[in-house]
Ligand binder design. Structure first.
Ligand code: SF4
Length: 353
């Protein structure tokens, strides 16, 4: 069967233009697993230094499976979506225990591992094992809704299934690994969300959106509801040269990370009142607020926060963990050994300046 013309052009463009990436230059199923988990919701440029440090610390799936979870979280610190790190380690343990240290190769078996959904399984099975399964992510949907002129809402999961089936025959035509990576690379470098570089695109000759001047109309993506915003007051409590931190419950969002005690501001409450109340509720301690520190804004996927930290002195009481799983007094020098969520990390760094 003759190869599809646009596909030949896309693959030859990819061979010339693909970016260097450490997991591409030195491929292995384990490297593909780590890189694909890190790349979920995160740009390549951000991932590269994290990937290099992570692989230096945990060069094999056995090293990752055996590591202390706190060390894994520390290596992930700042990359966000920490359940990815915990699931990656659980997946590594499963690979060692149930698959004899070898990553399963099929689309279905890969999805048995914690944290691996259809998208990630398709990427790993095609890139690491050459199996013909199409990847359907945001980049791929953008490229092909424009290329084929599909006006369905890409937030609808059924649309993903339609593209998965539509792409199956093409991924099987040549090299599945290159096919998937070429489309993702084209989406990242050329077919950008705003002002795509159609003149440089290997698909332009056959592209519906380019030829009908509809690149700005595609893909169709329904608007998300606005996310809520919360003010959070936290206390940086000092006592005998140490600071109090609490470990978040594993079952919570950001589970296993450490943070300063505090919580959400309630209506008609000042931030100082929130700080005193939350510390009392969470630790049982009486504290005195000395002064506010610089506040930090941060966005999570479903809400935004402004973190308002206060420098405080310990006054009385014995700390009892009420919402944290553990409370610890830690010297300023040792605080950097613990994994913190991003906004807390910014507060922490301000303490050293
Ligand atoms: S021609 Fe333009 S719109 Fe079409 S796939 Fe290429 S970059 Fe995207």
């Amino acid at each position: 069967m003759a190869k599809t013309t646009w596909l030949i052009k896309l693959l030859s463009w990819y061979q010339k233009e693909k970016r260097e990436m450490p997991w591409r230059d030195n491929p292995s199923p384990y490297f593909t697993l780590v890189s694909e988990i890190m790349l979920q919701q995160t740009q390549v440029a951000t991932v590269i230094p994290y990937f290099n440090r992570f692989i230096e610390k945990f060069p094999t799936v056995y090293d990752l499976a055996d590591a202390d979870e706190q060390v894994v979280l520390k290596a992930w610190e700042g990359l966000g979506y920490y359940s990815r790190a915990r699931n990656l380690q659980k997946a590594a343990k499963m690979v060692v225990q149930d698959f004899n240290g070898k990553l399963p190769s099929t689309y279905d078996d890969l999805q048995k591992l914690p944290g691996i959904g259809p998208y990630c399984a398709a990427a790993i099975t095609s890139i690491a094992f050459g199996n013909a399964v199409p990847v359907v992510d945001g980049n791929v949907l953008r490229v092909f809704t424009r290329f084929w002129g599909v006006f369905d809402d890409i937030r609808n999961t059924k649309v993903r299934d339609v593209f998965f089936n539509k792409l199956k025959p093409y991924v099987a035509e040549d090299n599945p690994s290159d096919f998937n990576q070429a489309i993702m690379e084209c989406g990242a470098l050329i077919c950008k969300p705003k002002s795509p570089l159609c003149e440089q695109c290997p698909l332009s000759k056959d592209c519906f959106a380019f030829n009908s001047k509809k690149t700005e109309d595609l893909p169709v993506k329904s608007k998300l509801k606005p996310v809520p915003h919360y003010n959070i007051a936290v206390a940086v409590i000092q006592k005998d040269g140490k600071i109090l931190i609490g470990k978040r419950d594993e079952k919570q969002m950001l589970g296993g990370l450490w943070e300063f005690p505090g919580g959400k501001q309630e209506s008609k409450e000042s931030l100082e009142e929130t700080c005193l109340r939350e510390v009392k509720e969470e630790t049982g301690l009486q504290i005195e607020i000395l002064n506010p520190l610089t506040s930090v804004k941060h966005a999570y996927s479903h809400f935004k926060i402004t973190l308002h930290p206060f420098l405080c002195d310990y006054v009385s009481g014995k700390e009892i963990p009420k919402s944290a799983t553990e409370l610890k007094w830690v010297s300023l020098n040792d605080l950097s050994k613990y994994p913190f969520p991003k906004a807390n990390k910014v507060v922490l760094e301000s303490l050293y300046t």
